[in-house]
Design a protein around this ligand. Structure first.
Ligand code: PLP
Length: 379
């Protein structure tokens, strides 16, 4: 029988942990609906598995950034009745007809776009479900909050549209009690209540992503009806702010030892010769580098687990390989497993730890896992 060739680097996704995280978010934000944000291929981890598992766990709301992602998600979910796929950011004019035909919920970012969606819906003899996207302070896309009510009135008068939702997004919700976010929430609620006074009611009202869920619990209470979550599903957080949700890491990044060598004092390691052995040392070269998503910032500062021991990265991370001091770990040999991030007994290294070393956030770390890293679904 032929030996199966294993991938060198794998990211294991613990689906039981993912479901526990989803359930904790549901529990914490009750009675809100929870929309799973699975854009960018579920932050690079594989949208198909995430969507199936979350749908089986009862998730009925899914969000993406653009049309291809929406169609892929619909294919995976098999157009189940009661399961909604929604684009959260924008649709371009030429994308509108196919999105309307596919039944994707669309964001309305201005009146001109609404007219195009309406025309496409009338032509396709369909009702397009849309959510008004308000810019309350994100400064990226949408209808400025001060114009919102007038635009909402006009959009509601167009044929072929079900204006079922209104939503917004926050740029600073990782700062608890931040006055800017408080102002955004106030502006958003003002639009919703002014609309209600005119008899305009929305089925889905949403503003919170993971940061707001953790730091602005008022965004998970009426008049809101839904929250959106991406990074917390993976068990990670923004580096700042409270970690009110008890979510657990879902990901384990593994590779294997390529070679172990005993090297004399004075040996320098890797590009730039940034590490020089002060003493004789046993150095393992592991088969993962920045092409796999190990940030350069781990050079001479990061750690990995080998043989159950936390071992220091020594020398600069290169594209495919990284050197690690295993002097105190007995019996390490080529082929041994290396945990780059994940649990090891009571100890753990998380994408958030890497983010802290790199001076970035966990989104960047997770989305940067390379294309040759095999995504392996566990549990
Ligand atoms: C509009 C919108 N909603 C929700 C999210 C999910 O954010 P998070 O992963 O922080 O929960 C994003 C992510 O950028 C977004 O752009």
């Amino acid at each position: 029988m032929k030996e199966k060739l294993r991938r060198r680097v794998t990211v294991e996704i613990d689906m039981k942990a993912l479901v526990r995280n989803y359930r904790r978010i549901v529990e914490r934000t009750k009675p809100m609906k929870v929309l799973a944000v699975l854009k960018a291929n579920a932050y690079g981890l594989g949208v198909a598995a995430y969507a199936r598992v979350l749908a089986d766990a009862g998730c009925t709301e899914f969000g993406v950034a653009e049309p291809y992602e929406a169609l892929e998600l619909l294919k995976v979910l098999g157009r189940k009745p009661g399961v909604d796929v929604q684009i959260l950011s924008s649709v371009l004019p030429d994308e509108i007809p196919s999105m309307v035909r596919a039944g994707v919920i669309l964001p309305i970012i201005d009146l001109d776009e609404a007219k195009k969606v309406s025309a496409a819906a009338v032509k396709a003899k369909k009702i397009a479900r849309v959510h008004m996207k308000l810019d309350t302070g994100m400064g990226r896309l949408g209808i400025p909050a001060r114009d919102a009510l007038a635009v909402i009135r006009e959009v509601r008068s167009l044929p072929g549209l079900d204006v079922e939702g209104v939503f917004s997004h926050c740029p600073m919700a990782y700062e608890p009690r931040d006055p800017f976010t408080k102002g955004q929430i106030r502006r958003f609620k003002d639009v919703v209540s002014a609309a209600a006074r005119e008899g305009i009611r929305f089925k889905k009202i949403h503003m919170a992503a993971s940061d707001a869920i953790n730091n602005f619990p008022e965004t998970a209470k009426p008049p809101f009806t839904m929250v959106r979550t991406g990074i917390n599903l993976h068990g990670s957080f923004d580096p700042n702010g409270r970690r009110a949700l008890k979510v657990e890491p879902v990901l384990t990044l593994k590779t294997r030892v390529a070679q172990v060598r005993s090297l004399p004092a004075g040996t320098t390691l890797g590009y730039g010769r940034t590490w020089c052995l002060a003493e004789p040392a046993k150095i393992a070269t592991i088969s993962a580098g920045y092409a796999d998503g190990l940030p350069l910032a781990l050079s001479n500062r990061g750690f990995v687990f080998i043989g159950g021991v936390r071992c220091r990265v020594v020398g600069r991370i290169s594209m495919d390989y990284t050197t690690v001091d295993v002097t105190d770990v007995p019996g390490v040999k080529a082929g041994d497993e290396v945990v780059c991030f994940g649990r090891c007994g009571d100890d753990s290294i998380t994408p958030d730890d890497w983010a802290a070393l790199k001076g970035t956030h966990a989104y960047d770390i997770i989305c940067s896992l390379g294309t040759r890293v095999e995504r392996v679904v566990r549990n």
